[in-house]
Design a protein around this ligand. Sequence first.
Ligand code: ATP
Ligand code: MG
Length: 749
Amino acid sequence: MGRTDYLDKLNDKQREAAMCTEGPLLILAGAGSGKTSTMTCRIAYLIREMDVHPYNILAVTFTNKAAKEMRDRVQKLIGEGVNMWILTFHSACLRILRRHAEVLGYGRDFAVYDPTDQKTVVKNICKELNIDTKKFTPSYFLGIISHCKEQRISAKDYNNIFGTDFKEQMVGQVYGQYEKILKKNNAMDFDDLLLKTVELFEQDEEILLMYQNRFRYIMVDEYQDTNMIQYTFLRLLADARDGDGNVRRNLCVVGDDDQCIYQWRGADIRNILEFEKDFPGAKTVKLEQNYRSTANILAAAHSVISHNRGRKAKKLWTDAEDGNKIIYYNADDEKDEARFIASEINRLAGADEAGEDYRQFAILYRTNAQSRTFEEALSTRDIPYRVLGGLRYYDRKEIKDMMCYMRLVQNRADDLALVRIINEPKRGIGGKTLEKLRTLAQVRGSSLFDVLLDDEVIASFSSKVSENLRNLAGLIESYGIERDNMKLSDLYDGLLVNSGYMKALEDQHTVEAESRLENLMEFKTVIAGYEKEDPNMNLAEFMERIALLADVDNHDAEENAVTLMTLHSAKGLEFPYVFMPGMEDGLFPGWRAFDREDGLEEERRLCYVGITRAKKRLWLTSARTRTLYGRTDYTRESVFLRELDQKLMDGDGIYEKKDRKTEGVFRDGASAGTPFKPFDQLKYAQAQTKQKAEAMAKAAGQSFQVGDRVAHAKFGEGRVLEVSGQVIRIEFKDQVRKLALGIAPLEKL
Ligand code: ATP
Ligand code: MG
């Protein structure tokens, strides 16, 4: 390779940007215009042509994956081992702090607390301050603390600004204690990494000067997603003075305001929009040629994003051919949608075009819970897939946990399942308690569960632990008795609520907990599917079927496989064939977006990110009815579909079907044709689940008498023959059943 071959491959604008090495530089350009490629070449140019030592370069990105990719690419260009700071924001800060933490009063070997550690700290504080963690969870406090740190509001500031009402005073107290304890433990949390680095730079001019001198060239990819504190960090480093006292700012930022998708996490789109103002004398290079996608795909992306108001007008062009039109498929339901996508992949992968190369396909969805139907459709057709940046549905913790509850109900001797859930949700059962139970089981040659039924053993623990263990044992036992007398869906709802599992997640109020709740509610769809097929399917049969699904092992970690991931994690990546399913109001855009104007704009940018991942072909799909969280409803096609230029679409273009009558009523009670306001389906599903469990529990409180007429959720109407203790005998139409009062879904008529 010639010395500057890599520069020859760039277009004029890109080359101009790569060779502009002094002063502030903004590369503002649309998706797929070679921003990341240009930045990589710029690093190579600095090292190879400008004789800049790699030591003097700092390049930051957002994810470890992006950082690694950039390191690999630079390595390829300069052809030697590079020991350069191409890092995420967090890891760059960690490196700096490891060297200078003493200045801030920390030891150099300070600990970095992950979210679990943080929760433990807050829990202890709450105990000390007598705060009811059932009402105010550790995650509640941590959410506020993190938000404050992003905004550089210290505990002291917080108490000065807020602190009038009871709740704020409480938060202020917890925050103050939290800071004290972390400091005392010589520990920092993730937010601290950035915050403390900024503090370090502000406090110690010498250290700042050292880094300013070292990092003579600073580069940032995906600049549109930086938040306030990241901005401050960059600004401090870039405000260097040279010998004459002139400000030298060799800061090069790269980004696309149309791809800002992390405002919900504090990203500030103004950072990129106001770069020229913030760094006077900045040069701006706009790249306008897109090299990634066909003309049709690009036009489709443009027709959607142009509906956003607060954006810098820019239009990409391409000399690529038009390519195929965007295929739109309006499926009957979500299963049909998944079937369609799997069959399209089969069709193309079988043909010459993609030729068995499954790597070329990606399915990009809005929420993780959507992955399940695709995983099923792909595995039934033996198409290898991998879930990127996440786990396969049946590998997710919450799904495994709930399956273990069901396994135990099915088979009490399943020690593995018991060990998994004995402290899920938290019941204060630690390693010691578990060890004791295990030893006993071993000595007696019994199952762990049988030990739990031994009241003498249980009574030997602290009163809290023994109460929790008794409740758990009672739960499993009673559902075990009743399992064949219940509908699967009732059994699942009952376990979810009465085990406390759902409540524990609800109390967290975090994005992660919400995603887990979505997955758990999605399990109701799985159950609804089987119940529809066979209303009398019992737990044993169900568990067998699920075990088969959960066991599929045709996903290929690295090799030739279809990629499944969320739209958010697809930022910066590209695939020849892209599917975007679930194009429905309420799902994408998500229901929350309808509450706020800028909410819809952020979702629209996400849609733009999705469309522009596609190189050759793009499919958009929606389902006329969708079973979400166990409930089937009619849907509306996404507003983004309506915005997309119809001339670019093929397949079930929405306007063709405009006069197709949609029967039935939408979930908000509006009939077809009236404006549809999506609502929080997740909250609704949670509420339904609780209601059902409550109704079942209420039956326990009723007193039944011989001769009472009752209705049972599974067996229909019947007459009470006998009540003795917790057991009730009922004569149904063609059978007599003994049921357990307390969980039998009975209603007095
Ligand atoms: P995104 O906004 O999605 O992050 P980007 O602007 O960073 O996109 P790149 O990922 O750098 O774009 O490039 C997109 C595609 O275009 C890549 O496949 C890259 O190899 C190709 N590409 C970039 N510049 C050129 C060029 N001058 N000639 C040919 N191909 C190019
Ligand atoms: Mg990029």
